[in-house]
Design a protein around this ligand. Structure first.
Ligand SMILES: NC(=O)c1ccc[n+]([C@@H]2O[C@H](COP(=O)([O-])OP(=O)(O)OC[C@H]3O[C@@H](n4cnc5c(N)ncnc54)[C@H](O)[C@@H]3O)[C@@H](O)[C@H]2O)c1
Length: 353
């Protein structure tokens, strides 16, 4: 059996999910890690049984035993590191969001085009068991034309601080961090239509309350509650070239009564909620039914989802699978996110493309 040599770049919180999934995958040899923080690299290498700690990025990318890399760094280096990896002949799995900006995303599309290598965007929620079941329903035409979707990811007290709240390193706040998951899922189940207009608002009155953000459940490797220059809240209406529409709401800080996660799509023949729990609405025998598939994970499960995402990436690199989350999808999502920020900044509807 051929094994894929893998390197992991950036070994903070979410890299544990990648490292754990690779370590458990018999088709993978975990060859190397690299992080700005060498102590953290050494510790993660020991925990997950990685062969080499590379002190430099160039060293890891020059390692002939590494065929593919996961990039789990802050958003500001996704495009630069992914480009270098592709140009070094490696396949790439890059964490979401693909990049900080549309320009960076389009440069990555060019890097994929000039190299005969794959780039898989870390849209991990597409790989969850609930999403895989819903995708089968969509592909079988059970929902018909999906004409509206609702994407909600509301945290009332969920500003992680640190680099997430530093726009220079993150590119934005909840929209680019957690809104991206629900926007992408809705768009995926809508059949990835072309977005044509975006009308949006953002608000930021709450995020920089150090006393409150320090209570946040969401902590990162360089957590610093004292600084936030990203939005607290974003809301948008996106229209697509097939007549469909999508409404989005997302926040780190909001005086809502509870956190809320919702991914809902509404079609001419049926509808579905993926989150908070998979349910499919359909019509049969002159009535309306809610179907609850018999699967273990009706909601996204991190361990199951990352194992499936990584298994797919490995199969893709070994030439045994079709792309599910290609760079073009990551770039189109970045165009929508860029449109949201642009519309909020200018106070008007933005026409894309
Ligand atoms: N898919 C998901 O559900 C999910 C969840 C959380 C985070 N993420 C994404 O994963 C990425 C990392 O997030 P995190 O929560 O693990 O952050 P983190 O701060 O915990 O870890 C990031 C690590 O990357 C290192 N790093 C940063 N820039 C680097 C560079 N240029 N070169 C080498 N190392 C560098 C840091 O030292 C740190 O160890 C982000 O893009 C984030 O959006 C995805």
């Amino acid at each position: 059996m051929s094994r894929l040599g893998v390197g992991v770049i950036g070994v903070g919180s979410i890299a544990d999910m990648h490292l754990g999934a690779y370590a458990a995958n018999p088709r993978v040899q975990l060859v190397g890690v690299y992080d700005l923080n060498q102590e953290r690299s050494a510790q993660k290498a020991e925990t997950f049984g990685v062969e080499r700690v590379h002190p430099t990025l160039d060293g890891l990318l020059a390692d002939p035993q590494i065929d593919a890399v996961s990039i789990c760094t802050w958003n500001d280096s996704h495009a630069e590191i992914a480009t270098a990896a592709l140009d070094a002949g490696k396949h790439v799995l890059v964490e979401k969001p693909l990049s900080r900006t549309v320009d960076e995303a389009e440069a990555l599309e060019a890097a994929v085009a000039r190299n005969d290598r794959y780039l898989q965007v870390g849209f991990v929620r597409r790989f969850g068991a609930n999403a895989r079941v819903l995708k089968s329903f969509v592909d079988d035409g059970m929902l018909g034309h999906v004409y509206h979707a609702r994407a909600t990811n509301i945290r009332r007290l969920g500003n992680p601080g640190g680099w997430f709240a530093d726009s220079r390193r993150s590119g934005g706040g909840p929209l680019i961090d957690i809104g991206v998951h629900v926007l992408d899922l809705c768009w995926y189940f809508m059949g990835t239509p072309k977005a044509v207009t975006v009308s949006a608002v953002t608000h930021s009155p709450l995020g920089n309350r150090a006393n409150v953000t320090s209570l946040s459940r969401y902590k990162v490797a360089d957590y610093d509650p004292s600084r936030s220059d990203v939005e607290d809240f974003a809301a948008a209406l996106i229209r697509f070239d097939n007549g469909a529409s999508l409404s989005l709401e997302t926040s780190y800080s909001l005086h809502a009564l509870q956190d809320r996660l919702e991914v809902a799509v509404f079609g001419e023949r049926g509808g579905a909620e993926l989150e908070p729990e998979l349910r499919i609405a359909t019509e049969l025998a002159d009535t309306v039914l809610n179907l609850a598939p018999q699967i273990d994970h009706l909601s996204f499960d991190f361990a199951e989802g990352f194992a499936a995402e990584v298994a797919h990436f490995v199969a893709l690199c070994l030439g045994e699978a079709e792309e599910v989350a290609p760079v073009s999808h990551g770039a189109e999502v970045m165009r929508m996110l860029g449109g949201v920020y642009e519309s909020a900044r200018t106070g008007r509807e933005i026409r894309l493309g």
